[in-house]
Design a protein around this ligand. Structure first.
Ligand code: HEM
Length: 159
């Protein structure tokens, strides 16, 4: 089962890069930008920094998904989805689907243009919404990580 161990190591690495980056954007970058007085500068900085993180996030999401799927198949673990005690398996897959839809489909096609337009017209409200949205995603990701590490190392909640 060496390949499962390698997949697990890559899975954790990908999650650290991805959710770690999300954590930095949410708890450091966005609060700092919200204090910037000039909206144009604020938008330019946000796009420059989150744009660079976007490439890293896309790579990490792909790696987390592939390594997760590899483990799932090799551990023959799909029957877990029928058991409530494996809620964290559902949480991982759902979270992955939400992020993949956001970053590969919605962001390039819709959100990017909408953000720039709205942020120019209503900078305060737009940054507040963007910040809240990031906080909600980060909270869900942290809960999923707690559940996945505890659950895969034997702590069973809900039966
Ligand atoms: C398609 C998406 C995903 C699949 C198929 C998947 C699958 C898996 C599998 C099969 C395991 C091993 C469970 C065990 O050893 O019992 C695992 C572990 C783990 N996953 Fe995922 N995962 C996915 C997405 C995610 C996401 C989005 C996160 C975090 C936000 C995440 C975080 C973790 C963590 C922290 C572990 C525990 C590693 C350890 O301590 O050994 N996974 N995942």
């Amino acid at each position: 089962m060496d390949d499962v161990t390698i997949a697990r190591a890559l899975h954790v690495l990908a999650v650290v890069l991805w959710i770690g980056g999300l954590g930095l954007v949410t708890t450091v970058l966005l609060p700092a930008l919200r204090r910037f007085p000039d909206p144009a500068q604020r938008i330019a900085l946000f796009e420059a920094i989150e744009g660079r993180f976007g490439a890293q996030a896309r790579f990490s999401i792909l790696l987390a998904g592939l390594s997760g799927l590899w483990m799932l198949i090799r551990m023959d673990a799909s029957d877990r989805f029928a058991l409530p005690s494996y809620w964290w398996m559902h949480a991982m897959v759902l979270l992955w689907l939400v992020f993949a839809a956001l970053i590969f489909v919605l962001e390039p096609l819709v959100l990017h243009h909408r953000f720039a337009d709205r942020a120019r017209q209503h900078p305060e409200a737009t940054f507040r919404i963007v910040h809240r949205f990031h906080m909600a995603l980060l909270a869900l990701a942290l809960l999923t990580i707690l559940g996945a590490v505890a659950g895969s190392h034997g702590l069973m909640l809900f039966g």
